[in-house]
Design a protein around this ligand. Sequence first.
Ligand SMILES: [Zn+2]
Length: 151
Amino acid sequence: MTKKRQEILEPLTRELLGRVDNIIGKRKPSAEPAPYKSPKTKHLIKSQIIPCKSCHKPAAMLIFAPDATTAAELEDYARLMYDPMQKTKVPTWILGDEYDVNINGQQDIKIFLMKTYPNREEAQHVLASIFDRSLDFLIDNHCRSKRKRPY
Ligand SMILES: [Zn+2]
C-alpha cells in the first residue's frame, strides 16, 4: 500500500514543488516542471480478475507472465503474486509464454501455464482454445450451484 500511495503522491508532490519554485523564482517562470517518470519496476506484473457475469464477484484470476518459459519462471511469478492470490481466493492461473501451433491444419496457440490457486499444479502446455473453454465454463458456473436458472 505504501508503494501505491507513493506512486500517487510523488507526481503531485513534484508538481506542487514545481509550482512553488515558479512562485518563489527558483526557476524561470517559463520553465516547465520536469515530466514525472515512474521508476521502472522490475516486477510489474499484469493480472486480470474475471468477474462472474451474474453476481459480478471475482470468478477467476489470470496473471500474465509472457516471458516465462520454464516452470521455475512461472514459480517466480507465483511467489510474487502470492498475496493477491490469497486475498482474491479464486482459481488462478499464471500464463507464461504463448506460441503458435498447427494441429491438423488448424492454427492454434499454446500457452505455457500453471494453475496456482487453490492448489498448485504442474506447469503445462495447454491449447489456448481449450483453456478459454474451461475458463468460460468455470465463470459460467460460478453462481449455478447457488441459484436456480431462470429458464
Ligand atoms: Zn457468480
